[in-house]
Ligand binder design. Structure first.
Ligand code: C2E
Ligand code: MG
Ligand code: MG
Ligand code: MG
Length: 280
């Protein structure tokens, strides 16, 4: 009996694996096709400058509308792209769309910096600086209007190569941010070795109601750490007004989150940008 159960369990387990790897394979093929057909979209989520009250930056976020399955979340297709080597192509596409958008906003007279998420493989490729430089030249986009977001794990994969790449990007005038700060496992000492301009506090550290809570203490400490190292600090995942008030009190430089705006197609943000330009 025990044997039979074990056998069954094994069968079920195998069936699960077979199913999920088939699904993975299918999804991989679909993603490949979507990339070739240019079916990856980019939405933008603005960041609010807490000192001036102006929207000054927007993060580019990849979106994939699958013809049958609808929206596939980035938490599914980004890791898939990373596992299958498609992230290079995807990253390139997002970078291009984001820079085109930045150039078009620049030409329209909006002073909006665009931030793009960069995967480890893009840094490792050794072509990032060249790729970005070419885009800036081609689009006549000032480098100060481009920001690249890197995560701790991306930086740690080959810290030496990453540092070199980052120095070159920075020399070109591009700003560099560390994304999801605080969610990695490496020691803090790495922070002073990388040439970084911006620190993005992961939303898991955001306080619920007031600055007196544990999360408030952590947020305060991370802001001090970032400022101490000469970085500007962004809080991500800000969902309510109270958090905004507290972040401002704590001297945080920028806020990004649903309370300000969800990630949206670029056209929908233009109204907001135009409105604030009128007020200037
Ligand atoms: P991320 O770079 O940390 O981006 C912020 C994520 O938080 C986005 O999720 C955004 O929609 C979400 N978010 C923003 N405000 C709020 C809020 O107030 N509450 C909550 N609950 N969430 C909020 P999204 O678009 O699903 O992207 C998830 C992750 O996928 C990104 O995290 C980034 O790591 C990755 N990703 C997205 N696009 C790209 C890309 O083009 N290239 C690479 N390499 N990674 C990307
Ligand atoms: Mg990001
Ligand atoms: Mg993040
Ligand atoms: Mg994230």
């Amino acid at each position: 009996r025990a044997k039979a159960t074990g056998g069954n369990r094994l069968q079920v387990y195998n069936e699960d694996i077979r199913q999920s790897s088939l699904e993975q394979l299918r999804l991989e093929q679909d993603l490949r096709r979507a990339l070739d057909a240019g079916q990856i979209q980019v939405h933008f989520q603005p960041k609010l400058d807490l000192h001036t009250g102006l929207l000054s930056c927007a993060e580019a976020l990849a979106r994939w509308e699958h013809p049958e399955e609808g929206q596939i979340p980035p938490s599914v297709f980004i890791p898939l792209a990373e596992r299958t080597g498609l992230i290079g192509q995807l990253g390139k596409l997002v970078l291009r769309i984001a820079c085109q958008q930045a150039a078009s906003w620049y030409q329209a007279g909006y002073n909006i910096q665009v931030a793009v998420n960069i995967a480890a493989q893009q840094v490792e490729s050794g072509h990032l600086v060249e790729e970005v430089s070419q885009l800036l030249d081609e689009l006549a986009l000032p480098a100060r209007l481009l920001q690249l977001e890197l995560t701790e794990s991306t930086l740690m994969e080959d810290a030496e190569a990453a540092t070199l790449e980052m120095q070159n990007l920075r020399a070109r005038g591009i700003s560099l941010a560390i994304d999801d700060f605080g969610t990695g496992y490496s020691s803090l000492s790495y922070l002073q070795h990388f040439p970084l301009d911006i620190l993005k506090i992961d939303r898991s550290f955001l306080m619920s109601e007031n600055a007196q809570t544990t999360e408030g203490t952590l947020t305060r400490a991370i802001i001090a750490l970032g400022h101490g190292l000469g970085m500007q600090v962004v809080a991500e995942g800000v969902e309510d007004e109270d958090q905004l008030v507290v972040l401002k009190e704590l001297g945080c430089d920028y806020a990004q989150g649903f309370v300000i705006s969800r990630p949206q197609p670029a056209e929908l943000l233009e109204g907001l940008f135009a409105e604030q330009k009128k007020k200037l």
